[in-house]
Every structure is written in C-alpha cells, then in structure tokens.
Ligand binder design. Structure first.
Ligand SMILES: Cc1cc2nc3c(=O)[nH]c(=O)nc-3n(C[C@H](O)[C@H](O)[C@H](O)COP(=O)(O)OP(=O)(O)OC[C@H]3O[C@@H](n4cnc5c(N)ncnc54)[C@H](O)[C@@H]3O)c2cc1C
Ligand code: SF4
Length: 479
C-alpha cells in the first residue's frame, strides 16, 4: 500500500485523482486499484433511504427493492464487511454533533466497515493495516477461495460477442514504466504492436468497472442500447469550511464519524442531502481550496491544521452522460438543473449555519471567488444573515461554485422498461434492439436508476448481491 498521498493518488485513483467533467466544472474522485472505490473510500455506511427504494420499485419496476429481499441482502453485506458504529469521533466530526445540537438538528455518529482503528488516517491510501473491510479484504479473497483468478494491471477494452451472445472480454496488459513506476500501456512512443493483449473467454461476463467506465467498455464493442452512458448521476457536493480555534487535523483518525440527515428529504423545490465532514490530506485540500492568488491560497493551506470542512452529499438535480471519444478516451458531461442549483445553495447555507454553531472563527464557502465570513464583532449576527443570503444565491454555473463528486451512478440503469433502461430489473444488459444480451450483466453503481442521496457503497454491494443470484442461476449447466 502507498505511504504518501502523492503515491496513493498516482496508483489507486482513476486518472491519478485528476479527473473532471469535460468542462472542468466538477472534480471527481473514483478508485482504480484492485477493490475499486472500496479500497480508498471513507467507509461511511448508510442504507438506501426507504423513499428512494420505494421510488425505484414503483417508477422503475425494481421488484423486491422496497421489501424483505433488499433487507436480507443488506443485512448479509453489513455482516460480511463488519459494519459497526465509529468508536472514535475526531474533532471535525465532533463539530457536526456540537453544531447540530446547538441548532436542534438531527445528527448521529456514522457506521463504517472497519474495526479496531486508531488515528492513523491512511484510509485513502488503501489502509496499510488491513483493518478496512472492503472488496479487497472481503469479497475478492472469498472469490479466490472458490476458484476465481484475479488478474490485475489489465485495462479491459471491450466485451466480445458471437451471434449476439457474450463470449468474453478483451483488454490490454499494463506494464510498469521504469521511470515513474506507473502502470502504462507500453514503452512511451513505442509501436502499438508492443501492447500486449489479453483475451478471456467466458460464457458469462459481469461488468463492474464503475459508472464512469462500464458504459465505455460497452460502447467500444459497437452499437449499444441507447440509454448506455446516459442518466449519469454524481451526487454533486458543495464545500463549506470553518476555521476553528483548536487544531482539527482533518487527516487524522476516522475519515467520517458523524453526519446530519436533517435535510435528507426533498422540500420546497430542492432535493435532499446529508451533511458530512470532509477528510483529506494536504494535497486534496490544496485541490479543494479555490484559487484566489498565491498568497491567499498559501494562507488557507497554512491554516490547514485548523480547517474543518463540511460537504453535503446532494441527491442529483440534473444529470450527465459518459461517452467514448473517437480516440478511445472517456468524456464525462454533466449539467445541474434548477432543482440541483437550489439544492446546492440550500446545502451551502446549512453548512455555514452548522459550522458557525460549532464555534467557527471564520467561514469559507468554496467558490471562485471564495465567499468568506468572520465570526466576530457586535454586528456579526446581521452580517451573518447577509452572508447566508449571499451563499443562498451562489453562482453554481460551471467553474464558479466549487463542486466535487466521489459518487458516480446510473449510466447503465436497471429497470423494467426495455425502451428506457439499459439493463433489466435483475442486471441483465440490453442490446441496441432492447432485448437482453445472453450472458452479459452489470453489477456496479451504473445500475442505480437515479441518484441515491446517501453514500452509495452499501447500496452498491447490496445491488451486486441481488444481481449475483441471477448470474449464478443462469450460469448453472442445464441438468
Ligand atoms: C475518495 C472516495 C471516498 C468515498 N467514500 C465513500 C464512503 O465513505 N461511503 C460510501 O458509501 N461510498 C464512498 N465512496 C463511493 C464508493 O466507494 C463508490 O460509489 C463505489 O466504490 C462504486 O462502486 P462500483 O463497483 O460502482 O465501482 P468502483 O468501486 O469505482 O470500481 C470500479 C473498478 O473497475 C476498475 N476499472 C475501471 N475501468 C476498467 C477497465 N477498463 N478495465 C479493468 N478495470 C477497470 C477500476 O479500476 C475499479 O477498480 C467514496 C469514493 C471515493 C473515491
Ligand atoms: S484509520 Fe487506519 S486502520 Fe482504520 S481504516 Fe483507516 S487506514 Fe485503516
């Protein structure tokens, strides 16, 4: 496992952590090591809200999602990955509990899939101690114990077909670049013939390259269902930070240990959201602080020990698209709609209220330019009202209000309508003619019919368990 932030981003994150929508407006983080996002993520485990599951069952025909089948799958997953309440509440999460108590808002400690943690805080580097119970530690070893073979450093490029039936996948083997130590396709400037190909023949293929890459793999293979790559949801995240009197050290200890679900339900023309703390090491922090000149940026980084950033995971208002370009790269487009903008503005104002109630000395709403407020002086209450009004009308046009995403979903969405859903209600992928392609399944967050509104790992694993039953049943030889 990497020991430093730079090495971790280089090796364990998609595009080395420098991933954005085509217009540069939304910075995205996604995992790319063996184990994917679960290797580097912050381990927050929240079940899919009942209202969202009911809507998925009602509006998208996902039978069983609003009842006992889901509950049993989720309970099995929680058991496998050891979901348990965080025993250690670091200062940035204490601030959420303190601020929410002062305001009379709902807040609670977070449950997570790691045990026996202390304050090492290397979770985004893959957890060198092995305490984090993600795909690499739980599901892949179990698969290997049952005969699976894991082949790392392969970039799958396409699905293979014969007469409309899946026959396997093909990909390129990556090699280590001696200069940088990075996995690359082949010697720089070398002939493309030097690229080594790998072909796996299989009667069943389950796509799990994540919502940003699974559609591109399908698109490389030719004509696809028209919904493949569409309906991308990102859970757009605004950021508001407080400068606190005491050191916070957001890189120490449990990544996320508390959240406020006060605004989880849609209301008054906005969608729902959950407020959480934003952990990070100095590199991620430097990326998140908007550029307002070298001196300004340096002063925020200098104050980083005292910064307590909050994020709001918003249920998408707006959607996007993943498409494969002519040169084989992947392009991600996304647009907020009016509901999305209202949600981000409401969330930014709520986070300002929360961190002020927790005792912040200064508040920073991440935008270009930065929107800041000092919590001092007799006129502060009146100035804060004016500040809230300003944050509540923030410009979330491209590259104005800062927006992040660590949750990507929906690009091969599951559902009952063959015309509208690129996969059926059990994860079987549909082709251009809207009929199911025999042997081809999808089992990652691409399957979500809409945004979820809470951190998606638990729901993604629960959904994968649902799909796995179909894969297993259809993979058995006929007796
Ligand atoms: C920094 C961070 C923090 C997060 N924190 C939380 C959290 O606290 N709680 C939570 O619920 N969720 C969290 N998430 C989100 C969660 O981890 C993801 O939503 C989840 O992992 C998505 O699962 P997935 O199976 O769809 O895809 P991924 O986990 O992204 O897995 C996709 C895998 O496919 C591989 N891949 C992609 N393309 C190819 C290709 N062409 N060939 C071969 N392999 C390929 C990738 O390398 C990756 O390993 C976080 C994510 C990040 C990045
Ligand atoms: S705090 Fe340390 S031991 Fe716990 S999950 Fe994170 S990296 Fe692993």
């Amino acid at each position: 496992m990497p020991r430093t932030e730079l090495d971790a981003f280089s090796r364990l994150y998609l595009n080395h952590g420098l991933l954005a929508t085509w217009d540069g407006a939304i910075s995205m983080l996604a995992g790319s090591g063996v184990g994917g996002g679960t290797l580097v993520n912050w381990m927050t485990c929240i079940d899919a809200p009942g209202s969202v599951r009911a809507a998925w069952a009602r509006d998208h025909g996902l039978d069983g999602l609003d009842g006992a089948e889901w509950d049993a799958d989720r309970a099995a997953i929680e058991d496998e990955i050891g979901v348990t309440a965080s025993a250690f509440i670091p200062p940035k999460d204490e601030a959420i509990l303190r601020g929410a108590a002062a305001l009379g808002w709902e807040a609670a400690p977070i449950r997570r899939n790691a045990r026996s943690c202390t304050d090492c805080g290397s979770c985004p580097f893959g957890c060198p101690r092995g305490t984090k119970l993600g795909g690499l530690r739980v599901h892949l070893p179990r698969a290997v114990a049952h005969g699976a073979r894991v082949v790392d450093r392969v970039r799958v490029t396409e699905v293979l077909y014969d007469h409309g039936r899946v026959t396997g996948v093909a990909g390129n083997l990556l090699v280590e670049d001696p200069a940088s130590g990075m996995p690359v396709l082949g010697p720089a400037g070398g002939p493309s013939a030097a690229i080594r190909r790998l072909v796996v023949r299989a009667p069943q293929v389950v796509l799990t390259a994540g919502a940003l890459r699974s559609p591109a793999i399908l698109q490389a293979g030719g004509t696809v269902h028209h919904a493949v790559g569409r309906h991308l949801r990102l859970h757009p995240v605004p950021v508001v930070a407080g400068r606190m009197a005491d050191p916070v050290d957001i890189w120490r200890g449990t990544m996320q240990a508390a959240r406020s679900a006060e605004f989880i339900d849609a209301d008054g023309g906005r969608d729902g959201y959950v407020i959480e703390s934003a952990p990070g090491h100095p590199g991620l922090l430097a990326l998140a602080v908007p550029w307002d000149g070298a001196a300004e940026h340096a002063s925020w980084i200098e104050a980083s020990r005292h910064l307590s950033p909050l994020v709001a995971v918003t249920r998408d208002g707006g959607e996007g698209r993943v498409s494969r370009t002519g040169s084989g790269r992947v392009r991600v487009d996304y647009r907020l709609d009016a509901v999305g903008v209202r949600t981000l503005r409401h969330a930014a104002a709520s986070m300002a209220r929360l961190i002020r109630a927790a005792g912040a000395l200064e508040i920073l709403a991440a935008a270009t330019p930065i929107i800041r407020h000092r919590v001092d002086g007799p006129d502060e209450p009146a100035r804060f009202e004016a500040y809230l009004a300003r944050v509540g009308t923030m410009d979330f046009g491209p590259n104005r209000g800062t927006v992040f995403s660590a949750h990507q979903m929906g690009t091969i969405r599951m559902g009952a309508d063959p015309a509208d859903h690129a996969a059926d209600a059990r994860g079987r992928v549909r082709g251009a003619d809207t009929r199911v392609i025999p042997g081809l399944y999808v089992a990652d967050t691409s399957t979500f019919p809409t945004g979820l509104g809470v951190n998606p790992m638990l729901a993604a694993m629960t959904m994968a368990r649902r799909v796995s039953r179909t894969v297993a049943a259809e993979g058995r030889p006929a007796s």
